[in-house]
Structure formats: C-alpha cells, structure tokens
Design a protein. Structure first.
Lengths: 412, 203
C-alpha cells in the first residue's frame, strides 16, 4: 500500500465521519428535546398524571421535617404550581401497601389523585367508582369524604394516607390548612366516643338529623343532628341508650334531651335486636338457665346484647359481641357473678379461612376452654397465624368485661 | 425472479441458514412491537447502506472496504437509533443494546459487501428491501408465537383466555432457541435451503 492509497483511504473515512457527524449533529436538534422530554416523562409520569400542567418537579422530601412514615415522597412543582405527594397505606386486607399519588395546588386543594398500587382483597374502586375522584378539589379538611361501604378499612386507610400527606405539607408551612366544618369535626369524634361502631354506613336522615350513620356490626347509630345553627353528635347504642356531644366533645345529653329522643326514635326504627339469638345460645350452653333478663347496656363498644340469668343456683351474665376479624365475628361470652369467664363461644371462628393450616394446629375446644376463669382480656386469645380472628376474640372479651364493669359499677 | 426472491429469503434469513444475526433475532422476537421495531431498523439501515455503498464502492480501495462499510453501517444505525429513541422509546427500551449492536451485524455487512459492492443501485435497493422485509416477517412470526404462547399477550395486551395456559419458557432464551429452530426447519423445508447452499458451493 503506497502513501497515496493510504491518504485516499483516510480521506474517505474522514469524509464519511464528517457527513455522519453533521447529519447526527443536525438530527440532534430535532430529536434531543423529544428524547429529553421522553426521559422526564417516564420519571415523572405518575406525578404528571395528577398535575398535568406541571413543568418540572423537585424531590423535597429530605428537606421537610415531621414527614409521617406513610408519606413516601413529596415533590415540589418548580414553577410554584403546588406539590405532588406519594403516600402508602396498609390494612389487614393488604398483600402489600397501597400506593397513592396526589397533587396539591399552591392554595391547598387536591388537583388530581390516583391509586398506583392496590392489592387489597376487597376493591373499594369496584364498590364506589367515584370514590377516588371525589377527593379532587378538596382541601386538607377533606370535607364530605367518608369511607366506602363494604370496604371501610381499605377506603379509610386511603383517606388516612391522604391526610398524612396534607399534614406533612401543612406542618412544613407549604400550604394553608383547610377549615373543617362542625359536621366533619363531629364525625371524626365517632371512633373515640363509640369505638364499637364499626364499618359505619350512611343511612337515611330525617328531621333535624343532618347525617345518619349505621354501624355495620349493628352496634348502634351515629347522628350529626342540628339544633338551630349548632350541630351535635348523637350516639345510640344497640340497647337504645343515647348520648349527645357538642363540637368540643362535651357530653350535653341532658341539655339536648330533645335531640337525644329524636335520635333514639330514628335508631329504634332500624336497630336489629340480638337478644333472642343470645337467649337461644345461653339455653344451649346452660340447659337449666332460668330468669333470663335483658340488661340495659350503657357502653358504646362491640357488645350488642346482654342478659343476666341463673343456672344451678348461681348468677351469670351473658353478652353478645360483634367485632370484626377476618370476617364478622359473633362472640358469646358468659361471665359468672364475679366477672370471670364461665364460657366463651362464637358462631364461627374463621381460623380456617384466615390461614388454612391454623385449623390443623389449634384445638378449638382447648382454645375456648382456655378463657375459663379469666377476668380481663389477655393474650391467650391470640393465635399466631390467625391474628385478625384472634384479635377479634380478644376485642370481644375486652368489651364484655368493660360492659360488665359498667353494669356493675353503674358507670361506662 | 423466483430465484432472486429465494436467494433474498435465504439471505434475509441468514440466522436460519448460517446462524448469522441469530442473537438479535432472538432478542427482538419476544414481543411483536420489538420485532417490528428491529425489522424496521434492519430494513432501513440495510437500504440506506446499500444505496451509499453501491454509489461509492468504485472509489473505495479493496483493502479499505471493511472499515468503510462498517463506518457507513454504524452511521446509519446511530441515526436510526436516535430517531427511534425520540419517537419509539418503548421499542428502544425493549431492544436495549441489541439495537446499537446492529451496527456490527454481519447481516447488514454481508448484504452491503455481497450485493451493493457488486451490483447496480436498483439491484441493491431491491435486494435490501426484499431481504429486510423477509427478515422482518420471520422475526414477527417468531414474536407472534413467543408473545402469544409465552406471555399470553399480543402487542403488549393480555389475552385473557390464554393467561392460564401460557408456556413461560417460550418467552425466555430457551423459547427463543426453540422457536427459531422450528422456524429454521420450516424455512429449510419450504425453500430447500441446503440444496441451494450446496448448489452455491458447487458453483
């Protein structure tokens, strides 16, 4: 190969490199911005889905204080349009935590929300297709946002995750806090004042009743009820006992007796009685049971019926608790005159449904007999591998003791 | 004409006859979108390379043909990759490094070196088009089998009635070899590839 051929070859190679170099340089002007937009789009796709008008995002999670564990990340829209929060939540029905992304505008209102990951066995989206979209335009007060009937735990966890996201934004003074209405404040008091009213579902309101909620376990009713301009919370338990509270949480039953009567009348029309069911159970457990007398329950827990009776000359008290475990748990607890468990049974324990192997390893008779003589709820109710069901049993015994003590002591 | 198409089919499916390019055929045949993307990339790069090579081959010294042709192929593949990354990012994600590796594919080089270097522009274009289309069809056939039976999807969408019957091994490397072998057998049976190659050797 002579120098001339070598130079020719080099020249050809250089020409080709130059031509392609220029072509790629020019092409880069066309494709470069598109590729960059594609890359950003992939990274921020879930964020843009809830805030489509956003231009760019910056992860500010590390710069914030007091961010709840349920908040995965908080992104700031760089032109000041607001924030996007990614949060997670779990329930006993979750195979893995649900993940939620929602955008909050600079004035503190949700501009978009979506569920990215959802593995709960009960799908609240199927039960209420508009539930998620009902959050749009709401501020941190989340006014009129309740839970989905039939998927209370999952929808409640969803709502809590959104509230946690708002809390992080508010506590870091990124947005202003929304103002809660009296009705909303009163409804948020229900889990504290009536912890036994589980899976609340909306019922038909009438008269002064602004909002009526029925406990899914038939433990009673909760009402937001008006007297003039003021709103009150009226709670009616399964025995028809009513208590009225104001927005500060003070018991105003005596002062608002008319509201209490209205609430009791509304509840009486729909309250299901479990007294007969309890009586039947007692006569099966105690063949010689006599003088079975219904008790007036003054508690607002999961106990829906109570009786006193005699057997073999001794006094006993029977209670019917309806708590939630893997499913609805109907638990019967019989106490002796000293408040010690004489007998415990349930319609179904669901151990086999919760974890199939538990039924093979747990002797149900021994399990039930293990409660005999107990005077307070203990961990003997708990079964590894059947946490939800055994937790419900433990809850039932705890509520039974509380109800018994209230009856005996005359106080709640 | 019949012989021309037969030759293109065999050249267009070099992985079937000589196991050339079998890697990218397997890599891009797990999904129909990837197969079509790779097929388009091969077709366009082969076509453009053939046009350029057939136009300038007289000026290139024999000893410089390999680096020059590879440089041309690399240039076109890079341009195609840039365009695909901008307009078909999902396909680029699916193909990964295999798209860039097309630049050193023996399939395109073989086409450039054997046809474009020795024939006129029209013959080169015709051969590149035919070879590229056949190659694409073969990849799509492989992808159709692997995606539907291996993943129970078509164009990325689930086929509900196949979901419980999918043979996941078909979606992996083993399945790629298996399907490729079956298609190879079919091609050989249909075209008499061995006789054709033996005939070439005798010539």
């Amino acid at each position: 190969m002579n120098i001339k051929h070598l130079l020719k070859t080099i020249a050809i190679l250089l020409c080709i490199v130059a031509v392609f170099g220029v072509a790629m340089f020019g092409l880069n002007f066309l494709t470069g911005p598109i590729i960059e937009a594609n890359n950003k789009g992939a990274e921020f796709a879930p964020l843009l889905a809830v805030m489509p008008e956003a231009e760019n995002f910056e992860d500010v999670t590390a710069t914030l204080a007091g961010v709840p564990e349920s908040v995965i990340a908080i992104y700031k829209e760089t032109t000041g349009k607001g924030y996007v929060v990614r949060a997670k939540a779990s329930t006993q029905y979750s195979k893995e935590p649900m993940e939620i992304t929602f955008g909050v505008t600079a004035d503190g209102k949700i501009c978009g929300i979506q569920l990215d990951v959802y593995t709960d066995s009960i799908d609240f989206r199927a039960k209420d297709a508009n539930y998620i979209s009902s959050y749009v335009e709401k501020d941190s007060a989340l006014a009129d946002i309740g839970t989905v009937s039939g998927a209370t735990y999952s929808s409640s966890a969803f709502k809590t995750a959104v509230s946690d996201g708002f809390s992080a934004l508010i506590s870091n003074q990124l947005i202003a806090e929304g103002v809660k209405s009296d009705a909303q404040i009163l409804q948020e008091m229900i889990p504290t004042l009536a912890p036994g009213m589980l899976k609340l579902e909306e019922a038909t309101a009438s008269g002064n009743i602004e909002k009526a909620l029925k406990a899914g376990n038939d433990a009673g009713f909760a009402y937001v009820i008006k007297n003039g301009e003021a709103s009150f919370l009226a709670l009616v338990n399964a025995s028809g006992i009513c208590k009225v509270y104001d927005v500060a949480g003070a018991d105003v039953t005596d002062a608002q007796s008319a509201l209490a009567d209205e609430a009791k009348a509304h509840a009486a029309a729909s309250q299901k009685s479990y007294a007969e069911d309890l009586n039947t159970k007692i006569t099966r457990l105690f063949a010689d049971a006599s003088e079975i007398t219904a008790l007036e329950l003054n508690t607002f827990n999961t106990v829906v019926a109570g009786v006193s009776f005699k057997s073999n000359g001794a006094d006993y008290y029977g209670f019917y608790s309806r708590s939630y475990g893997y499913n609805q748990m109907d638990v019967y607890v019989i106490l002796d005159a000293n408040g010690a468990i004489a007998n415990l049974d349930a319609k179904a324990f669901f151990f086999d449904e919760e974890y199939f192997h538990v039924d093979d390893t747990v002797n149900l008779t021994d399990y039930k007999n293990g409660f005999a003589g107990q005077t307070e709820a203990g961990d003997n109710a708990m079964i590894a591998g059947a946490t939800m069901t055994s937790n419900a049993v433990k809850q039932a015994t705890a509520d039974t003791f509380a109800t018994f003590n209230a009856i005996k002591g005359g106080a709640q | 004409m019949k012989n021309f198409f037969k030759a293109c089919l065999l050249r267009g499916t070099p992985s079937m006859v000589l196991a050339l390019g079998a890697g990218f055929v397997m890599a891009s045949s797990a999904d129909i979108r990837a197969a079509l993307g790779m097929g388009a990339a091969v077709l366009i790069s082969m076509l453009l390379t053939s046009i350029v090579v057939s136009a300038i081959h007289k000026f290139i010294p024999a000893y410089a043909k390999l680096p020059v042709y590879l440089l041309i192929i690399t240039g076109f593949v890079s341009i195609i990759e840039m365009v695909m990354e901008a307009f078909f990012p999902i396909v680029v994600d699916m193909l990964g490094a295999h798209l860039a590796a097309l630049a050193v594919s023996a399939v395109i080089y073989r086409d450039a070196e054997e046809i474009a270097d020795h024939s006129g522009e029209w013959t080169s274009i015709k051969a590149a088009l035919t070879t590229g289309i056949f190659l694409t069809v073969i990849m799509v056939i492989c992808a159709l089998i692997r995606e539907t039976l291996g993943n129970a999807t078509l164009w990325g969408r689930e086929i509900a009635f196949l979901a419980n019957y999918k043979v996941t091994a078909l979606a992996g490397a083993f399945g790629a070899y298996l399907v490729l072998a079956c298609v190879l057998a079919a091609i050989k049976k249909l075209t008499g590839a061995e006789e054709h190659l033996e005939g070439e050797e005798h010539e």
